[in-house]
Design a protein around this ligand. Structure first.
Ligand SMILES: [Zn+2]
Length: 99
């Protein structure tokens, strides 16, 4: 299933990706690759998360301490997007309350 999707995407110059932070869909070329595990070639499934430019900017302005941990804890890449985003938002709110 993943294989089929990537084969289709390869023929499509206008790849659509989804921002992991806000859930917006946008063109691949407008995205920022975000790899929460740091090592992009050694990931489960070897797929990337993406952030749209506004969210990428926001992440860079925020203290990144704990962001990777939040993404992993929220189940990024291992749970469905809706569940992940809900958990991610909850965790970010918790983090902000601690600061
Ligand atoms: Zn976004």
């Amino acid at each position: 299933m993943m294989k089929t999707a990537s084969t289709l995407w390869r023929d499509n110059s206008k790849q659509q990706v989804t921002c992991i932070a806000c859930g917006e869909t946008f063109d691949r070329e407008d995205a920022r690759e975000y790899d929460k595990h740091g090592d992009r070639w050694n990931r489960e499934g070897k797929s990337f998360e993406y952030l749209c430019k506004p969210c990428h900017r926001e992440c860079c302005h925020q203290n990144r301490d704990g962001l990777e941990q939040v993404l992993v804890t929220a189940g990024g890449g291992r749970t469905d997007r809706k569940t992940f985003l809900r958990r991610f938002c909850d965790l970010m709110i918790d983090n902000n309350n601690l600061q």
